[in-house]
Design a protein around this ligand. Structure first.
Ligand code: FE
Length: 206
């Protein structure tokens, strides 16, 4: 079977039970050692899943769409621009926003581990941490987006892959979707998904 006809391997998109078990084992260990309480762990994870989530990032994108001056500041210094909206904290330092255009589509990965802009996007999805995604999106970004995420990027659009690390955490400013001129900033934010800000999914005007 040639590489061309090889079926896509999407297994990494499914959360791994083994990883979850390992996390539980580690959690039990640190709690047992008295290093941290289960309450504290629950509060941290609830905060990043429910309160921070990707909603803060969506607010940033919507603001950038409606306020060109803000977008300029966001592109120049994302950490400072996010602080303007009251967004800062864990893994919020060293943020960098990269902008999609009709010519360029951006996608984010951390090839080394799982560096991710928690402050704006919340907890990383499990597939973001998988060795499969980290390897595939670098080697074959176009095919990974099309086959694994059902998100084909037109041939004439350049795909640019950004490798996050602990010093620099990227997120994507997707293109402002057409036909949304009547929408408020809050309504626009509702359109912005976590996947769109990683660069593996579209923003769809509903
Ligand atoms: Fe990393």
């Amino acid at each position: 079977m040639s590489a061309e006809s090889k079926p896509p391997d999407r297994d990494y998109l499914v959360p791994e039970a083994e990883v979850e078990l390992r996390v539980k084992a580690l959690e039990a260990l640190v709690v047992e050692k008295g290093l941290v309480s289960t309450d504290a762990l629950d509060r941290i994870s609830a905060h990043y899943e429910d309160e921070v989530g990707p909603r803060d990032g969506a607010r940033v994108i919507a603001r950038a769409w409606v306020d060109p001056a803000f977008k300029e500041r966001l592109l120049a210094d994302a950490t400072a621009a996010c602080e303007e909206l009251g967004i800062k904290g864990l893994r919020g330092e060293h943020l960098r926003a990269v902008e999609d255009t009709p010519e360029v589509h951006n996608v984010v990965v951390c090839t080394l581990c799982s560096c991710y802009p928690w402050a704006v996007l919340g907890l990383p999805p499990s597939w973001y941490k998988s060795p499969e995604y980290r390897a595939k999106v670098v080697l074959e970004p176009r095919r990974t987006l099309a086959d694994d995420f059902g998100f084909p990027v037109p041939e004439e659009v350049t795909v640019r892959v950004w490798d996050s690390n602990s010093e620099l955490r990227y997120f994507v400013i997707p293109q402002h979707p057409e036909g949304t001129e009547h929408m408020s900033e809050a309504e626009l934010a509702e359109l912005v998904t976590r996947e769109a800000m990683i660069g593996v999914g579209p923003v769809t005007a509903t």
